[in-house]
Design a protein around this ligand. Structure first.
Ligand SMILES: [Zn+2]
Length: 370
């Protein structure tokens, strides 16, 4: 997600490919070692005392570790980045205790995506250059950076490219979209990406379908290569590049669609998707299509543009319920595209009926929740 309530915006840029990025890899590796060390201590402390090690105490210990010979290389990573590790660890545990996430923080293996974050100190921007420590890296500046830069995250992706992500605090400059007096519910499907209660259907674009089948072909190809071979490594990068391309294209398409909907409607209602449930029901395709990512984009845009956004309880029977009389059709299966209500005889298009039910339930949502 690009933004939250405090109006933080992220700007992401790709670094030039040079040999200097080895330095970044080393720093990311130190950050990973610190993370794993802290996590181990956290777990041991919890096992012994049943209590959770708070950030201040952890930071005190870290200062001591830094003076040990075996951890002396930690000092090559800025103290800000070291502090960020303890911040993220605390955040991870808090989210877990609050049940926002299902798993506590986990150890990072060496081949995990590598990244580290710097707070306000220790880095600076100058045109298309970023200074990190005493090094300078050039990046592809695809747009202007707005607002006041707060943190810098440096990350390596699976293709092997390095990216910087700059979080900036921006003023509440957001422009709201004019009111249209229209409300709609939206239902996701496999055949049509989105169906609105107005009767509009939006299919997945052809390029997504094409790219997805290319990815399936590449991943089959990858699995035939011998483990540890250079061919396998090459096919992995090839696959990662194809995946990255589709993520970019899909994001772009989704942002445009989300923007159009935020312009056209004052109130937008969606189902609260349970991804694990949907995957079990529909298979891998669901994650390929990125419904959940799309909903996040719409929510962010709608709020920003002064429109109302609401999520319907995921257990509400939106598909099975007859929009005309309210009777539930328990015999409805996933393959039924249209159905006739056994009670009132109304004939329904599956997705359109669901979208209407979502709109109805959305209207009943208390305003402050939406
Ligand atoms: Zn009916």
């Amino acid at each position: 997600l690009l933004c939250n309530e405090h109006m933080i915006r992220s700007f992401k840029f790709k670094l030039y490919r040079t040999k200097k990025t080895c330095e970044l890899a080393w720093q990311a590796e130190i950050a990973r070692q610190i993370w794993n060390r802290c996590l181990a201590v956290h777990r041991r402390y919890y096992r012994r005392t049943g209590k959770y090690l708070n950030r201040n105490r952890l930071q005190k210990r870290m200062t001591v570790w830094k003076t040990w010979k075996r951890f002396s290389h930690w000092n090559e990573l800025g103290s800000q980045a070291i502090q960020d590790v303890s911040d993220r660890l605390e955040k991870g545990y808090k989210a877990f205790f609050k049940k926002d996430v299902r798993r506590p923080p986990r150890f990072k293996s060496e081949d995990k995506r590598k990244s580290f974050t710097l707070k306000q100190a220790g880095w600076g921007l100058n045109g298309n250059e970023v200074h990190i420590g005493n090094r300078t890296y050039k990046f592809h500046k695809s747009r202007e950076v707005l607002g006041k830069p707060k943190t810098l995250t440096i990350k390596k992706d699976r293709v092997g490219d390095w990216w910087i992500s700059i979080s900036c605090e921006v003023g509440n400059e957001s422009e709201t979209y004019p009111k249209t007096g229209r409300s709609a519910g939206f239902d996701f499907g496999l055949k049509t990406f989105l169906t609105s209660s107005d009767g509009e259907t939006i299919g997945s674009p052809q390029f997504l379908k094409r790219d997805l089948s290319a990815i399936r072909r590449k991943s089959r190809n990858h699995s035939t290569k011998v483990k540890g071979s250079s061919r396998r490594r090459k096919s992995r990068v090839d696959l990662a590049r194809a995946n990255r391309k589709i993520v970019f294209k899909r994001d772009d398409w989704q942002w445009k669609l989300a923007d159009r909907l935020a312009r056209e409607y004052d109130c937008l209602f969606f189902e609260d998707l349970s991804m694990t449930g949907m995957k079990a029901l529909w298979g891998r395709k669901v994650s390929d299509l990125g419904f959940a990512e799309f909903v996040k984009k719409v929510e962010w845009l709608a709020r920003k543009r002064g429109k109302r956004f609401g999520k319907i309880d995921r257990w509400a029977p939106t598909s099975k319920k007859c929009g005309a009389c309210g009777q539930l059709n328990h015999e409805l299966t996933l393959s039924d595209r249209t159905w006739k209500c056994g009670c009132c005889g109304a004939v329904h298009d599956r997705d359109g009926n669901a979208a209407n039910n979502i709109l109805e339930l959305g209207r009943q949502l208390p305003k402050e929740v939406a």
